[in-house]
Ligand binder design. Structure first.
Ligand code: UN1
Length: 501
């Protein structure tokens, strides 16, 4: 039985009294006196999760000045000291994972298990980058001139503006802020105003861990504040994850300023199920990829390509399982899928599904219609699968919700070319045990991340993450690639005087 949003008013263990939002500016917690900000539960939009005011204008300048002042000291702080703070922050995140994970679920709408898992994931990311600080900080090259050495040093960039999305309120900030700090940069961070509470929690963890004043500032605000931060004259580099349209605007602004920018943007990621694949495994992974986090991941599986000989059987098994998913209060332990982040997001996605199902030849295999029970007051959408007659806006446009579009392929080559259609190239999943097909996928598919026999989402902290084509701009995130963005090289020619030439 699907769970209804109203059936579990007491779900979860924490008090439901609204939390207070605050900004961290130059080492001080401030309440802000911009417009009022109401942070609501997407499952019950009349319930307030947190309350506060947007950052006022002067906060931005103060935060950037504090970050500039703190930079030389932080960059010169021994890496072990920086690493100790990151480790302590990781321990605090782990210790609070249950409570903060629950708040995350309450605020963002992903299930409680996913919320807790995300806080723990952020702790792992902090640990990884704490250790990263002990790795080599440069390379030594031979010189064509006798007696000389050429040293390439990696130095921090300076003040980094961090702009993060709503869908991973803690993990995405962690994989930007942790490397920024570990390599000796200071940070001014503007999270999505839809998930400000978890941003406050992460900043609290870092303050409690002993981060010096000014090294991190947190400003809660809307898009205009983000633009002013990105273009602020005191900022040296910008890292962004979010929508393609906002990302392109930031990239253009940074281009005008000749400012380094790293942007992770949209995806329209395909799962390709080939004849001969383990269908049980593929069904389970496609469902996880498409509907976990209510499909709100840039890496979510939003397209399915299935090879003709197994299409009927695969789609039957898939739709049966999708229709049985429990959609409801994310804090209820039986819930498989919570709401999307807001009523506006819900309506936009539903409109796109309605338009697609009205186009001739397209068939809704699961979901498709909005709820008419008590879930209709929340940002709930049913998990939806639509088989398309051919190319279609639903095949190309990122909806960022629980919608999977399907096409059938004549053969392996056709399957890979369908999967590569469109402007994005973030991730893909291929289900097969055929080594030749795996080799072709690895060689030909134009994506930044490829999974074989696992869902299209997921990113480990120690390996590069990022997309091809319109999905990303600038250096990749995570692993050693993070160093490329969060440091700049200085090439030092060292020639002792008196060397015979
Ligand atoms: C994941 O697949 O677990 O915004 C992480 C996003 C991506 C992160 C995906 N930058 O969804």
């Amino acid at each position: 039985m699907p769970q209804s949003a109203g059936s579990s008013a007491t779900a979860g263990g924490l008090s439901r009294s609204p939390r207070s939002l605050r900004h961290l500016v130059a080492g001080q917690w401030r309440s802000g006196d911009g417009e009022e900000l109401l942070d609501v539960n997407p499952a019950r939009p009349r319930e307030t999760v947190a309350l506060g005011r947007l950052a006022q204008d002067g906060y931005l300048d103060e935060a950037v000045v504090a970050a500039r002042d703190a930079f030389p000291r932080w960059a010169a702080t021994p890496h072990h000291t920086r690493a100790r703070i990151l480790h302590r922050a990781a321990d605090i995140l782990d210790a609070r994972a249950e409570d903060w994970g629950e708040e995350l679920s309450w605020e963002e709408g992903k299930t409680r298990a996913e919320g807790v898992g995300e806080v723990r994931r952020a702790a792992e990311i902090f640990r990884y980058y704490a250790s990263e600080a002990s790795r080599p900080v440069g390379e030594v090259f031979a010189s064509p001139r006798p007696g000389e050495q050429i040293h390439v040093l990696h130095r921090p960039v300076g003040v980094v503006a961090v702009v993060t999305p709503f869908n991973f309120p803690v993990a995405i900030p962690a994989w930007k802020i942790a490397p920024a700090l570990s390599y000796g940069n200071t940070v001014v961070w503007k999270p999505a105003s839809l998930v400000p509470l978890l941003a406050v929690r992460l900043a609290e963890a870092l303050v409690e861990a002993g981060l010096p004043d000014g090294v991190l500032s947190l400003l809660i605000g809307g898009g205009p504040l983000g633009s002013r931060l990105v273009e602020h004259p005191g900022v040296d580099a910008v890292t962004f994850t979010g929508s393609t349209s906002v990302g392109r605007g930031l990239i253009a602004a940074c281009g005008r300023l000749a400012r380094p920018v790293q942007a992770e943007m949209g995806g329209k990621n395909a799962a390709v199920v080939l004849a001969g694949a383990d269908l049980e495994l593929a069904v389970a992974e496609v469902i996880t990829g498409a509907f976990r986090s209510t499909g709100q991941k840039c890496t979510a599986t939003s397209r399915l390509v299935v090879e003709e000989p197994i299409a009927e059987e695969f789609l039957t098994r898939l739709t049966e399982r999708v229709s049985a998913l429990c959609v409801g209060d994310p804090l209820d332990e039986h819930t498989d899928m919570g709401p999307v982040v807001s009523l506006e997001a819900r309506d936009g996605i539903q409109n796109a599904v309605d338009a697609a199902s009205a186009r001739p030849g397209n068939t809704v295999l699961a979901g498709g219609d909005p709820y008419d029970d008590d879930r209709m007051t929340g940002a709930f959408l049913p998990p939806t699968v639509v088989e398309l007659a051919g190319d279609d806006p639903l095949w190309r446009e990122e909806l960022f919700g629980p919608v999977l579009s399907v096409r059938r392929a004549r053969d392996v080559q056709h399957a890979f070319s369908l999967a590569d259609e469109g402007d994005f190239g973030l991730s893909a999943a291929v289900f097969t045990d055929d080594l030749r097909a795996v080799a072709v996928a690895a060689e030909q598919m134009d994506v930044g991340v490829l999974h074989v026999n696992s869902e299209s989402a997921g990113a480990d902290p120690h390996v590069p993450f990022g997309g091809a084509r319109q999905s990303a701009y600038g250096p990749k995130e995570q692993g050693r690639s993070a160093r490329e963005f969060f440091t700049r090289t200085k090439t030092v020619y060292v020639r002792p005087s008196g060397v015979a030439r």
